[in-house]
Design a protein around this ligand. Structure first.
Ligand code: SF4
Ligand code: SF4
Length: 421
């Protein structure tokens, strides 16, 4: 006789011994998760799959399905807690998606998209843990490890080798290698081991195989169960004067100008845009000062020096809505890769010790803006009203957001326009 549980009001059958997660997955009901893998015993460590089961919060991957259970999963309360977990994972590692070999195929990144996470809300730890590149075929970047223990389980249960373990607690937690040297080189790990391919993020990756074609939402659906994006980011409504064009300002802080280039990629649609929008201070029209108050300020780039801070404050004062555009504005992006290095060391390497530098000196002209200790995202300096992720965001994503604002609608960024890379 078939027995049933209910998940978000939907009747789901289960077999003897199945967990709530297994029953949900078999029925195509998506419960967000990171450390769960159908081939391994669940360890319930990531807490992303926490549901309300008969009114109590419990991990769905470790709780057995019982006849008549009532389960809530896709609720704003639970999804907001899951977003906080994703936020903490991003903050305690170095997750610079634009420079990560796993981008587009990463379970953490995909989960963040699904949960509608567009920006980092906690200050980043920038941990700088040791990378292990000693193995000829496999690289371990500990700063991207989310401690899901899948490599631990795969090595022990499938490969019969027991190469990995998690040691330490809190910020001293680390993925440790069981070998004489403590490195992968003499660990006995083979490129064909299950442990070498099971990592859901870009922590343990095969060398020479990075930057594969992103597998996309449909494939994630196949691997993780179906489920649409859970929450669309929201923008404050602009109060507009009837018949007046919206005024738009843009600037580039520490970035590559790629987001502005992407803006220009809207091509002939810009003619449609200027019917409704007038440009103010922007490199696009070469206006270096504001001519008045603005409706929208688009900010590209991270905050790396004192001039960037002044520019940002001016934009915040002049613009009703600030949109942080692209990975550098949202998380510090590629410029923030320097955050694990001392600024003095960085300047000495660039101006004194670097390759090809003779008789160099660190510039001290008072006209030059001071470099900051670390590159910050824009929202650590001023309030940001909307985040448009991407490295760069596509022209279509920029177009979607601007035309939504012009039409007085909330911008809706579907999965295929939401990218950290
Ligand atoms: S793609 Fe790489 S950097 Fe981005 S979340 Fe995944 S592991 Fe982290
Ligand atoms: S290296 Fe990858 S598989 Fe291993 S614990 Fe870290 S995130 Fe999980």
């Amino acid at each position: 006789m078939t027995r049933w549980i209910t998940i978000d009001g939907r009747a789901v059958p289960f077999a003897d011994g199945q967990t709530v997660m297994q029953a949900a997955t078999d029925a195509g009901v998506f419960i967000p998760h990171l450390c769960y893998h159908p081939d391994y015993a669940a360890n319930g460590s990531c807490k992303m799959c926490t549901c309300k089961i008969n009114g109590r919060q419990m991990s769905s991957c470790t709780t057995r399905a019982v006849e008549g259970q009532v389960i809530e999963s896709n609720t704003e309360e639970l999804n907001s807690e899951r977003r906080a977990l994703a936020q903490m994972l991003f903050a305690e590692g170095n997750h610079h998606c634009p420079s990560c070999e796993e981008s587009g195929n990463c379970v953490l990144q995909n989960m963040a998209y699904r949960l509608g996470m567009t920006a980092l809300m906690f200050p980043n730890f920038h941990p700088g843990r040791a990378t292990d590149a000693t193995h000829p075929d496999v690289l371990l970047n500990r700063d991207r490890c989310i401690y899901c223990e899948l490599c631990v389980r795969a090595s022990r249960d499938t490969d019969g080798k027991d190469i990995f373990c998690i040691s330490g607690r809190s910020e001293n937690k680390s993925l440790t290698i069981n070998s004489d040297s403590g490195t992968l080189a003499d660990s006995g790990l083979s490129i064909d081991d299950k442990a070498a391919e099971v990592c859901p993020v870009g922590a343990l990756i095969k060398k020479r195989e990075g930057f594969k074609q992103p597998i996309g939402e449909r494939e994630f659906d196949r691997l993780q169960g179906s489920g649409a994006q859970i929450r669309a980011p929201r923008m404050p409504k602009l109060i507009r004067e009837p018949g007046k064009k919206l005024k738009l300002a843009t600037c580039s802080l520490a970035g590559c100008f790629g987001c502005h280039m992407s803006f220009l990629d809207i091509d002939e649609r810009i003619l449609e845009l200027v019917e409704h929008v007038e440009f103010d201070r922007s490199p696009l029209d070469d206006l270096k000062e504001f001519t008045g108050e603005c409706d929208i300020g688009l900010i590209e780039g991270g905050v790396c020096n004192t001039e960037n801070i002044e520019t940002l404050r001016e934009f915040r004062k002049r613009c009703k809505v600030i949109i942080a555009v692209g990975a550098c504005a949202i998380s510090g992006g590629v410029p923030a890769l320097r955050n694990t290095i001392d600024v003095r060391e960085l300047l000495e390497e660039t101006y004194i010790n670097g390759m090809g530098v003779d008789n160099g000196q660190i510039p001290t002209d008072p006209e030059l803006p001071h470099i900051l200790e670390r590159v910050s995202p824009v929202h650590e300096v001023v309030k940001v009203d909307f985040f448009l992720p991407g490295c760069p965001p596509s022209a279509d994503a920029i177009w979607r957001v601007l035309t939504s604002v012009v039409a007085d609608e909330q911008p809706n960024l579907p999965y295929d326009l939401m990218h950290f890379d």
